[in-house]
Design a protein around this ligand. Structure first.
Ligand code: DGJ
Length: 729
């Protein structure tokens, strides 16, 4: 059994693979956090919660027991207004204008399996044996609101998922102003706060800072999970490395405004919280209604950051991604964006595709510019009708020509947007997010459609479906190139305007669900100016994401390394582009560009028809090699070896589940004068297996390769790389 209730001490013990997560209901009916760490057999102590009387500044729950104060209790669901002065998980505004709430335990239920979350993406269990779920029901007596805390423990993974459902059983309208998905108080502060932050073309760099008293937070107020901060943070022990030490991961399955934070309190506890950002959020609860929070995925590792990442990778790859492509190897693609931008016609597309096919590439992706009158980024979003000036015979014919060449056909869309210069906007000026009396702030000459509206959702589903029905399309790149401003909806009443941003995300999820269900044979890749919405919510609908608009090989090392903290290689689109690179103007060898891109879902994004024969030959080899390795890369276990954040070298590797095959990539960004001879210590191999190393033909045992290391070749010049393929003999 994964979840055990001990009625004598009212504790719930959630066991996941090698961890225990224990909480207790106090005699006052407050759910408190006791422990999350290496698995313990059972709680043998009869008084596991230790409390003492503190000063008068820590108020008591009741006069009978002065040792119990909300200010000092480790809480599982803190509320505001009656003694807990730290950051709450829930806040309300009542009809009488007050904001105090007091949720107390009512009952619990334990069931096998994992329920779906209404209208929201979430991880799942394929069988009832994989996981068990605890529902803890709390009630706020004054309002009649019930909070159902959902905890799922996976039996064979160190994963606990949490979410909260609010049900209104009372009689008066209540406004929810904050509802976080998970909140728990760890009994330690000797930790670092690790997060993934950056900007457009520099997403998900790894940052680490020591916890000190007070708040440590990353968030998004942009209406999307954002380039700036990923909906994730980790708390790691001071000695945590890639292989050793304790790491607690918190990841949110949500694509909108989020809050992720740790608060160190006065008595040596760290409150870790993640959920929808309360900033700008309100949700009116009428009697009889309910509200479901997104899911937080909590991962604990005793094997450092590498252990945490591999748990997330396996979970997100196999129990978050869905559909035909979850377990299928992904095609190698050629995308025309950096090759042509908006300036193309059918002949140009077919020229590139022909060379691509000749080199072994499998899918042609036609990017932005194929619809309306889109010769630049200042028009036509919303008008999803082919531009006959560029493609006189339409998408169907282009698709047929590509298919005849032996290439699959992929297409770009940006369905959530509208250009003011579009027929759609002229017809429906109120379909975008806007606030009367304020200018409609443009970004890239576009506005955001109001996906909280049913008519807008229906329009998008129909417009995208009509195009997908009109041509043999097997791949869609779903882009989104700006963040929200003037967040208001023409259809919502005044007292529900604060719901718009979350309703947008719910509307987006609804649209995606309808489209991916209708087109199960299409592989969807999400994108937001590269990685501006690289989050678990999107992965539930689309199993891969365009990692970054930065295609420079050197920049990609940091971006892909940081992204790999949470997301599997199968989720990361990675393409070889031209030099000088369009984002940073760097010249790097084609070999290195290939090696970096091969560490994700591989593709090219340059004008193949203009490449010299020598480059084409190298591309042919890269494509062939990737085909040989791709199931290992897309489904294998990932190990980080050298960090781009700690020097000018980077290395990582993939190992197959059976440990009979591995692939390591080493990158040396800057040349050194008279360099030392180095060895690269590998990870994840079977110490007792012997592996043949591709480039030398030597057979070396796994233990030697992991402890002593693989001798690295002398690489001359900047931006160099080497690959090693290992096969068990
Ligand atoms: C942003 C994407 O990240 C790019 O790859 C490209 O599709 C452009 N949008 C097209 O406008």
């Amino acid at each position: 059994m994964t979840i055990h209730y001990d009625p004598a001490i009212r504790t719930f013990h959630l066991k996941s693979k090698s961890s225990s997560y224990i909480l207790q209901i106090t005699k006052e009916g407050l759910p408190v956090h006791l422990y999350w760490g290496p698995q313990v057999e059972r709680v043998s102590s009869t008084h596991p919660l230790v409390t003492i009387e503190r000063c008068s500044f820590s108020p008591n729950v009741s006069a009978e027991d002065k040792t119990i104060s909300r200010d000092t209790l480790p809480s599982e669901f803190p509320a505001y207004g009656n003694g807990d002065f730290r950051e709450p998980a829930i806040e309300l505004r009542l009809a009488d204008g007050t904001v105090v709430s007091d949720f107390r335990y009512i009952e619990y239920k334990i069931a096998s399996g994992k329920p779906q979350l209404e209208g929201l993406p979430a991880t799942y269990a394929e069988t009832d044996e994989e996981a068990e779920t605890l529902e803890l029901v709390l009630e706020d007596a004054k309002t009649g609101l019930r909070a159902i805390l959902l905890y799922t423990a996976y039996a064979d993974k160190d994963v606990i998922t949490r979410s909260v459902r609010i049900e209104h059983h009372g009689s008066e309208r209540v406004v929810l102003t904050r509802l976080l998905s998970a909140s728990l108080d760890l009994h330690r502060t000797d930790l670092d706060f690790v997060h993934l932050s950056g900007t457009w073309t520099r997403e998900r760099h790894v940052y680490k800072r020591a916890l000190v008293p007070g708040l440590h937070r990353v968030d998004s107020k942009r209406g999307a999970s954002s380039h700036q901060h990923n909906p994730f943070f980790a708390l790691s022990s001071k000695d945590a490395t890639e292989e050793h030490g304790e790491v607690y991961g918190f990841s949110l399955v949500y694509s909108g405004n989020f809050l992720a934070q740790a608060e160190v309190d006065q008595y040596g506890m760290t409150r870790a919280e993640i959920g929808i950002n309360p900033f700008g959020f309100e949700w009116t609860l009428e009697p009889g209604s309910h509200f479901q929070s997104p899911e937080a995925v909590l991962v604990r590792s005793n094997e450092g950051f590498g252990g945490m990442s591999r748990t997330y990778h396996q979970l997100y790859r196999t129990r978050l991604c869905r559909g035909q492509f979850r377990d299928k190897t992904r095609p190698i693609l050629i995308n025309n964006w950096e090759a042509t931008y908006f300036n193309f016609n059918a002949e140009k597309i077919l020229d590139i595709a022909r060379v691509g096919h000749e080199l072994g590439i499998e899918l042609f992706v036609l990017d932005d510019g194929w619809f309306g009158e889109r010769d630049s980024d200042n028009s036509s979003l919303g008008d999803w009708v082919v531009d006959k000036k560029k493609l006189p015979e339409g998408l169907g014919k282009l698709g047929e020509s590509l298919t005849a060449l032996g290439m699959e056909f992929g297409l770009w869309f940006e369905p959530e947007m509208v250009s003011p210069n579009s027929n759609l906007y002229r017809k429906h000026p109120d379909w975008c997010l806007h606030v009367p009396g304020h200018a409609r702030t443009e970004a890239r000459q576009q506005l955001v459609l109001d996906l909280s509206r049913q008519d807008v959702q229906d329009y998008i589903v129909e417009a995208v479906s009509a195009v997908l029905d009109s041509a043999p399309i097997t791949y869609v790149k779903w882009d989104m190139n700006r963040n929200m401003t003037e967040i208001g909806s023409a259809l919502l009443p005044a007292d529900r305007q604060g719901e718009t941003a979350h309703r947008y995300i719910l509307g987006l999820y609804e649209v995606l669900e309808r489209i991916v269900t209708r087109f199960p044979h299409v592989l969807f890749e999400s994108c937001s100016g590269g990685g501006g919405r690289f989050d678990p919510g999107m992965l539930y609908y689309m199993p891969q994401t365009w990692t970054s608009d930065d295609t420079d090989a050197v920049e990609r090392l940091k971006i892909q390394y940081g992204t790999s903290m949470v997301y599997p290689a199968s989720a990361m689109g990675a393409h070889v582009s031209a030099v000088p690179n369009h984002q940073v103007h760097r010249m790097s060898p084609l070999e290195t560009r290939g090696h970096v891109a091969m560490s994700g879902n591989f593709g090219y994004e340059l004008d193949l028809s203009k490449l010299p024969q020598e480059d084409r030959e190298l591309i042919r080899e890269q494509v062939a090699l990737y085909k040989e390795l791709r199931s290992l890369i897309q489904q294998g276990e990932f190990y980080r070896l050298l960090s781009p954040f700690e020097g000018t070298e980077t290395a990582w590797m993939f190992v197959s589940e059976e440990k009979n095959e591995a692939f390591a990539a080493y990158f040396k960004v800057l040349a050194e004068p008279n360099p030392p001879l180095k060895r690269l210590r590998l990870k994840g191999l079977d110490p007792n297996k012997a592996y043949k190393i591709s480039h030398t033909g030597e057979v070396v045992r796994g233990d030697e390769l992991m402890h002593w290391g693989l001798p690295l070749p002398m690489l001359e010049g900047d931006y160099r790389s080497a690959l090693f393929v290992l096969k068990e003999v």
